[in-house]
Design a protein around this ligand. Structure first.
Ligand SMILES: [Zn+2]
Length: 313
């Protein structure tokens, strides 16, 4: 076989692969999903909290699906942040107008911005929770998302309760440039205020967690929990590989790898995350059933906190 025959055969293979690949709309319309090389009914995965029962792959979960799973359907109260009036100050347009992208994201997700926040209860403890929706322009962070975090943290401070943050973001939103980057500092200052009030801050790293959000408030949790298999990084694996010119481990930038290197405290399956957070908060807030009797006397809510918080840098 000469080089020309090899080349023709290779190009035929590529053409076949491209032809056979299903489109995004075909994948969305299909009743099946393939995460371990064998089709699995989407219904079966949905019934299992969007986790494949065969290979344990944790599929995407929107914030409202996550809140319903954790607290029961509609058993949570949404927190809305202030909405910025001029959302497109740079009049951004690439292959599409930014304002059109915003309208599409709102229609697709039913959310006003990429972050959905709520008040809820776990183990009878009041909590404030925020979660990022990756379907909202890649879970990117801009002014409205910053406002949502600020409002949520303020709510937690007012209620003297812990704040839980579920990440899942590509980073800061390029369409709003410096105004997006500023949110890293604003949100970090808000988290510092939470810590000054001795209120626990728990981060759950869901996939993918990259860029500016990971480089700001997702790295400053008192406890950082990784959801099984999630990607946690600043720059992507390929960029690091090209810069370092070295082979990287196969699990590089997974939460399991980050735990081995001290960036994550725990890696948990989705079903175990809320029970574990409940237990941790019960201990931190001295609300553990075994400690209830002894802590009742001095249980003046916030004053009983003994959690030692780290100052965010
Ligand atoms: Zn699977």
């Amino acid at each position: 076989m000469n080089w020309l025959t090899k080349f023709i055969k290779a190009s035929e293979k590529i053409k076949t692969a491209i032809r056979k690949r299903a489109s995004k709309s075909e994948i969305a319309a299909s009743k099946y999903i393939s995460c371990h090389g064998v089709p699995v009914e989407k219904k079966i995965i949905e019934q299992n909290n969007f986790v494949c029962p065969e290979c344990n792959w944790h599929h995407f979960l929107s914030p409202s699906q996550r809140f319903n799973m954790m607290f029961g359907d509609n058993n949570w109260k949404e927190i809305k942040g202030a909405m910025v009036r001029d959302i497109d100050p740079y009049k951004w347009e690439d292959t599409k107008k930014y304002t059109d992208r915003l309208a599409d994201a709102k229609k697709k997700t039913g959310q006003d911005c990429a972050i959905l926040s709520c008040e809820a209860k776990i183990n009878d403890i009041d909590i404030v929770v925020s979660a990022v929706n990756f379907s909202w322009i890649g879970g990117s962070i801009s002014m409205n998302e910053g406002e949502n975090v600020l409002k949520s943290v303020q709510t937690a401070i007012d209620k003297k309760c812990p704040y839980i943050f579920f990440s899942g973001s590509g980073g800061m939103r390029m369409m709003t440039n410096m105004l997006s980057l500023m949110q890293m500092a604003r949100m970090t200052v808000a988290i510092n205020e939470l810590k000054k009030n001795n209120l626990p801050y728990v981060v759950v790293v869901a996939s993918p967690s990259t860029g500016g959000l990971q480089a700001s408030i997702c790295s400053t949790g008192d406890i950082i929990i990784g959801e099984t298999g999630a990607t946690m990084a600043f720059a992507g694996k390929r960029i690091v590989q090209n810069t370092e010119k070295t082979d990287l481990e196969s699990d590089f930038q997974t939460v399991e790898w980050q735990m081995k290197h001290g960036q994550v405290d725990l890696v948990l399956d989705r079903k175990d995350i809320m029970p574990t957070i409940g237990t941790l908060l019960s201990i931190l807030l001295k609300k553990h059933p075994a400690q209830d009797q002894t802590s009742e006397e001095d249980d003046d809510s916030n004053e009983s906190l003994t959690v030692k918080t780290k100052e965010a840098s």
